[in-house]
Design a protein around this ligand. Structure first.
Ligand code: NAD
Length: 380
């Protein structure tokens, strides 16, 4: 049985789906691993390292896609410059695993179903303890949270830490993190390591203790409604709650040197947390890094992929931050995929047990059908 790693061709994608260490683990389990020539180049994992780990390097892209039993990718299958569609290059019955964005791009899921491909969307892996080692949303969000703080620190015309020098005392930077999920918690930890004074806010009260355990102050807003949906995710809150939230956070935003926003509600446009008026009240030189830029932005001034200036404040809307740290992002993603592959394979053969909640939740197409109701609804 062949497991193949494709070279990502999407502009700006530097990650690779397996790294040499994970190839060695799969080869040890008796699986044959093919890696497209140069697939790891942009993440500094080179062909010779894959070969040493037991992979076969394949230069013929059509052969790699066409003969793979399991094709591993980072992003969505693409329409190639030579006119070929990556979906159509897969053989019917093959398994494809990657970030397939099935709710945002349901037409691709439909194409995969029509092709007879069994597709696993890694972002639909349940957020459970058992699935933790396959949770690529978390591994990649943690990279984004870390990098967001470094970007902010580089753009801020000030120090982060408190310094006592012969030339006077420097006050520490004040950082406000909005949304304390995986990315937000990593942002808090990183900002603390750099010596900033950190505050954080989230509509899920359960995160208060985690925020405090990282040495940050939790900004509490009393809301008269349930803010947590099934699976522990945030719910979209009412207009009255949004207004109440804005009243409280405005003061904290005004006093901050850096605001990092990470708020998301699955399946919805990102909530607007920072209005243009709030930005205008910030100190000149302050910085906002909006990790929700690609989902519509948490800040009204955000433009995805751009640095915007508004009343002396810099608003940065980065795109695909995990790709900017491709070594560790790929290493963790590869570990997530390797664990999932091992769940799908028994005695060197594919064995799909749909009674397994992880397989059931992440598999979006099988046997020519879309098997996820939310994806079907997104197509309707
Ligand atoms: P996410 O990316 O969906 O959202 C980021 C954060 O934004 C969340 O903390 C959310 O509460 C917050 N948010 C949403 N609307 C907001 C608003 N209006 N104002 C302020 N904050 C707002 O979240 P995530 O990081 O993917 O985590 C989602 C859930 O999954 C959490 O409950 C997390 O604890 C859970 N989780 C569980 C596991 C596990 O058990 N293995 C692993 C990872 C995450």
């Amino acid at each position: 049985m062949k497991i193949a790693v494709a070279k990502e061709i999407e502009v700006g994608e530097r990650r690779v789906a397996l790294v040499p260490d994970t190839v060695a683990r799969l080869v040890k389990k008796g699986l044959e691993v093919w890696v497209e020539a140069g697939a790891g180049d942009r993440s500094f994992f080179f062909d010779d390292a894959y070969e040493a780990a037991g992979a076969k390097i394949v230069s013929d892209t059509a052969k790699l896609w066409g003969e793979a039993d399991i094709l591993l990718k980072v992003g969505l299958p693409q329409e190639r410059e030579d006119g070929r569609s990556e979906v159509d290059m897969l053989k019917p019955g093959a398994i494809l695993i990657g970030f397939l964005n099935p709710l945002g791009e349901p037409a691709i899921a439909q194409k995969l179903a029509q092709r007879g491909v069994t597709a696993f969307s890694i972002e639909l892996i349940p957020r459970s303890s058992r699935a933790q080692s396959m949770d690529a949303l978390s591994s990649q969000a943690s990279v984004a949270g870390y990098k967001a703080v470094l970007i902010a620190a580089a753009a801020l015309p000030k120090y982060f830490p408190m310094l006592t020098t012969a030339a006077g005392t420097i006050a520490p930077a004040k950082v406000f993190v909005m949304g304390a999920g995986v990315a937000g918690l990593q942002a808090i930890a990183t900002a603390r390591r750099l010596g900033a004074v950190v505050e954080a806010f989230d509509i899920r009260p359960a995160v208060k203790e985690e925020v405090q355990s990282l040495g940050a102050k939790f900004v509490e807003v009393q809301l008269n409604e349930e803010t947590v949906a099934a699976g522990g995710y945030a719910k979209e809150i009412s207009e009255a709650s949004k207004q109440r939230t804005q009243e409280v956070v405005t003061e904290h935003i005004k006093q901050s040197d850096v605001v990092i926003t990470t708020a998301q509600v699955p399946g919805k446009k990102a909530p607007l947390l920072v209005t243009a008026e709030m930005v205008a009240q910030m100190k000149p030189g302050s910085v906002i890094v909006d990790l929700a830029a690609e989902q519509g932005g948490n800040c009204a001034c955000t433009e995805p992929g751009k640095d915007v200036q508004w009343h002396g404040v810099t608003i940065i809307g980065p795109i695909n931050l995990p790709s900017s740290m491709p070594v560790h992002a790929s290493q963790m993603y590869a570990k997530n995929l390797t664990t999932l592959v091992q769940l799908l394979v028994k005695d060197s053969a594919i064995d799909l047990n749909f009674a397994d909640d992880i397989i059931d939740a992440a598999c979006i197409t099988h046997g020519g059908e879309i098997r996820n109701q939310r994806v079907k609804d997104a197509l309707a």
